[in-house]
Each structure stands twice: as structure tokens, then as C-alpha cells.
Write a protein that binds this ligand. Structure first.
Ligand SMILES: C/C(=C\CNc1ncnc2c1ncn2[C@@H]1O[C@H](COP(=O)(O)O)[C@@H](O)[C@H]1O)CO
Length: 260
């Protein structure tokens, strides 16, 4: 080597960094990594968390990239196997698979387990996006591919990115959160052609009545927003709406937002 960039005896390189005189430190990068037993407070800092968050996106995208068309199924973690909606969840999972969809759930117990069971027994892709909770439940036994998330928001991104529609079985706050997340994304046209089916007429009617009688009446939503979901007990109808959306002939398709 010659000229300005000439490598001199005594120069020390660490990767692309050259050090001379007082800047030279001892040992190798490997040694510093493997030998260090310093304070560990930094693992609880936000910059470190950002890397963990990033890794959840990387793992999620990597695991689901080749999934093919999928439908998210939400519903109560507390639905017991003897509840009629457990059987309904199984039917939803099975019929979605028969229509060529993968099934994505929260990977937990109850309605999630039911949908995973139906999907797995039908020989389809049964996916569970688990979430770390203070009361650990783990992935249900019918999840055939599972990812465990620390962060709800990373997990939610996976649901929306890899699902082409949602079927929502009766549930509590977790289910309502997922339902309204989906509806917000459709209403604001962040996602298009995205059917959302509320399964269980008796269970969900009160919510729809309130949306119409209070929220719409007070001008907080528009009439068209009430058409963003379909209320039914009919699993075949739910699946048909998903198929129609996949084929681009769904009633839920809204004009895509103009590029900014
Ligand atoms: C409450 C119990 C277990 C909780 N375990 C969960 N595992 C995975 N995902 C969950 C869990 N709890 C809630 N979720 C998510 O929210 C929805 C269900 O919430 P809900 O409040 O029960 O309606 C569900 O779709 C998940 O994505 C032990 O019984």
C-alpha cells in the first residue's frame, strides 16, 4: 500500500477503524464481547428495547412471508370447549382452510384454540401469534406454527399484514381491541378490500345498536362506517365474504387512498 492510506507498522485496525498511539486499545472485539461481565443495566434501556422490537418484526416477517392468503380469527381467551362458540370457532377454522386460507389467531386458549383446532384438523396452516402476558398461558396445542411476541403492537402488525380479513367471535377487551383496530384501519383506508365479520348475532347486536343509536346519532361516525362489518351466525357466509374479497369482488372493498 502507498500514499495517504498507507498502512504503517504499529497501526491497529478494528474493522474499518484505524487506531494509533494513545487511541490503541488492547485485545480484540471478540475478547471484549466474550470477557465482559460489566454492569447489565443497559439491557433495560430504550435503545436496547428498540433492537428487541426490531427483532420481533424481523422474526415475524421472516416466519410469515410465505404464508399465502390468511384470515385472522379473534375471540375470547375464556371460551370453554362446551360453549357453542367453541364449536363455531372450530367450524370457522375448518371452513377457512377448506376455502384455501391459512388461519391466524392469537395462539391462546378459548376461541383462538378452537379456530386453530379446526384449521389444523382440516390439514391447513394453523398459525398462532402468542403474546407474553403476566399470567403465562403459552401457545395452544393446535398451533402448528407459532411466534411469541413481547410487544402487542408488533404482533398487531403481523395480524394485519398477513390477514386478508377477520372473523371475530364473541370476546372481551382483547377481542374488542383487535376488532376496533381492524375497523380503524379499514375506515382510514390503511387497508382495503378487508372484510370484518362479527360472528354471533345475539352477542354483537348490542354493540351495533349502540354504534347506530349513539355513535352515529351523535355524528361521530358516518352511515357507511356501519357497513364496514357484517354481522352473522353463518360461517359459510363469513367464508364466502373472505373468498369474494380475495377475488376482488367483495362489497367491503373501498377505493384505495390516493398516494400522498
Ligand atoms: C385470559 C387467559 C389467557 C390469555 N391468553 C392469551 N393468549 C393469547 N392471546 C390473547 C390472550 N388473551 C387475550 N389475547 C388476545 O386478545 C383476544 C382475546 O381477548 P379477550 O379479552 O379474551 O377477548 C384474542 O384474540 C388474542 O389475540 C386465560 O383464560
Amino acid at each position: 500500500m502507498s500514499g495517504k492510506g498507507e498502512k504503517k507498522r504499529g497501526d491497529k485496525y478494528r474493522g474499518p477503524v484505524m487506531m494509533r498511539r494513545s487511541q490503541i486499545d488492547s485485545g480484540t472485539t471478540d475478547q471484549r464481547l466474550l470477557d465482559s461481565r460489566g454492569p447489565s443495566d443497559w439491557v433495560h434501556t430504550d435503545p436496547w428495547r428498540v433492537l428487541r422490537i426490531q427483532s420481533e418484526f424481523v422474526e415475524g416477517f421472516g416466519a410469515l412471508a410465505e404464508l399465502g392468503p390468511a384470515i385472522g380469527v379473534f375471540g375470547s381467551a375464556r371460551t370453554q370447549p362446551e360453549d357453542p362458540f367453541y364449536a363455531k370457532g372450530e367450524e370457522v377454522g375448518r371452513k377457512l382452510v377448506e376455502a384455501g386460507f391459512a388461519v391466524i389467531t392469537g395462539g391462546g386458549p378459548g376461541a383462538m384454540e378452537a379456530a386453530n383446532k379446526g384449521a389444523s384438523e382440516a390439514g391447513g396452516a394453523s398459525i398462532g401469534l402468542g403474546i407474553e402476558l403476566p399470567f403465562e398461558t403459552g401457545l395452544n396445542q393446535w398451533v402448528d406454527k407459532g411466534i411469541n411476541f413481547r410487544y402487542f403492537f408488533a404482533r398487531k402488525t403481523m395480524f394485519v399484514k398477513y390477514s386478508q380479513g377477520f372473523v371475530v367471535l364473541p370476546g372481551g377487551v382483547g377481542t374488542l381491541d383487535e376488532l376496533f383496530e381492524a375497523i380503524t384501519l379499514v375506515q382510514t383506508q390503511k387497508v382495503t378490500s378487508f372484510p370484518v365479520v362479527l360472528m354471533g348475532v345475539d352477542y354483537w347486536s348490542g354493540l351495533l345498536d349502540w354504534l347506530r343509536d349513539s355513535v352515529l346519532a351523535e355524528g361521530k361516525i358516518s352511515e357507511a362506517d356501519l357497513d364496514l362489518f357484517t354481522l352473522t351466525d353463518d360461517v359459510d357466509l363469513a367464508v364466502r365474504l373472505m373468498v369474494e374479497a380475495r377475488e376482488g369482488r367483495g362489497p367491503t372493498a373501498r377505493a384505495p387512498k390516493q398516494p400522498e
